[in-house]
Ligand binder design. Sequence first.
Ligand code: XMP
Length: 508
Amino acid sequence: MNELIIVLDFGGQYNQLIARRIRENNVYCEIHPNDISLEKIKELNPKGIILTGGPNSVYKEDSPLCDKKIFELGIPILGICYGAQLMAYLFGGKVSTAPTSEYGRTKVFTDGNSKLFANVRSSTICWMSHTDYVEEAPKDFKVTSHTKTCPVASMEKDNLYAVQFHPEVMHTQEGDTMLTNFIKNICNCKGDWIMHDFAEATIQQMKQKIGSGKVLCALSGGVDSSVAAVMLSRAIGKQLICVFVDTGLLRKNEADEVERIFGQNSNYDLNFIKVDAKDRFLKKLKGVTDPESKRKIIGAEFIRVFEEEAKKIGKVDYLVQGTIYPDIIESGHGKSAVIKSHHNVGGLPEHVDFKEIIEPLKLLFKDEVRKVGIDLGLPNYLVSKQPFPGPGLGIRIIGEVTKEKVALVQEADWIFRDEIENAGINLSQYFAALTNMRSVGVMGDERTYDHAIALRAVITSDFMTAETAKIPWEILEKVTRRIVNEVKGVNRVFYDCTGKPPGTIEFE
Ligand code: XMP
């Protein structure tokens, strides 16, 4: 059984980051709802508990609480921001609106005697983000640090610790040391959780669970489904069947690439079935211009194709999905998995006869999935692929989708990606889209009346908000030149400078 730290989620924006920081210490960490029962906590048997920040005020009637008995379990607890205020409140301290809110980098003065601050300077920069504060620590709690305006920047009693600032955020200069102190010196974790062991253990678990059962996987060629498929193939070999649907809406050469990596002549034994459904999708999309309708049509058709293939295969016992941890906890309480499968073209087919869904990656973050992929020997470029939406180029073409338009956007996108890779620029997501505009231009001595391509490139860590990437002008110029010269039918190129919000990342 792995050492475990649990994070109780009070709705703070950095909750995933806390879990990441714990795992970086090679200790396995899970996020749970704030109102998790005492019994469940006992069953999980964590070595430590962290209470997160959150947007509420503890003294309001409907604010999220936790079972007060968790403080009597003898398990070390660290409260962060709201979590710290909650601990103060539940122990009879005074929490109120601070006369001055603190936001951003703030100098914190520590008293140096706390185990939490071992090897931390007595004056250290921490990240604050609060309007409420602990005005008076509860009786029996010792105040271990303060700022100019915040009398209780941290406090502790026995194995209960509370910090008003956010040690998980990069701007807290010695936050890593504090969290490591908590995990290693206070919770006494050894830190022996390794991704490789985790992957191996999961493979063994799958093997046992599936036995001689038959497993079906919708393989898109994206990072998550590829890693999930290869993991399953390690576990059960030929009992796995992978279906890859070529919708015709993939990036240039992508379908061939996926087949080359996973197909019959590849290094992997995935019982790979490629379905050429290009014409079917185009037919269904004929005359459709509304983006939401396109999404629905593509999603429905995908499921129909998948179901048809599944029927040919016959009864399967399990269906594999590449769900990852952020998909489950995005909304904090495990409700977002539903949103994601709705959002995903690979949503569940209703009429496929199977008894259970298997999600081998559901406890991993994206970059942990990438590590497992590397560990399993998947090629680097596949494992580091940028996200690509389920409905594919269908939602990167404004207006009606036609074969000709798909070819234009594929070529332009190919050139853009080629130049970005050549330049070695690190971007979260970047692609070309086809606007629904044609305009007059001049090429040679000829008048043209051609399409306009939009380039989009963003920097983001969570894809919920995003900044436009400031790509050097020379590169944009070069990409533009290449696109208008090499892609017949395009005479203008735009760069989309809109962030998210107010835009979305996709261009539909
Ligand atoms: P938006 O456009 O909503 O995109 O800002 C956020 C991220 O989600 C990806 N995306 C999708 N991924 N199925 C997916 O699997 C979809 O239907 C879908 N729509 C958007 C998008 O590429 C970006 O990374």
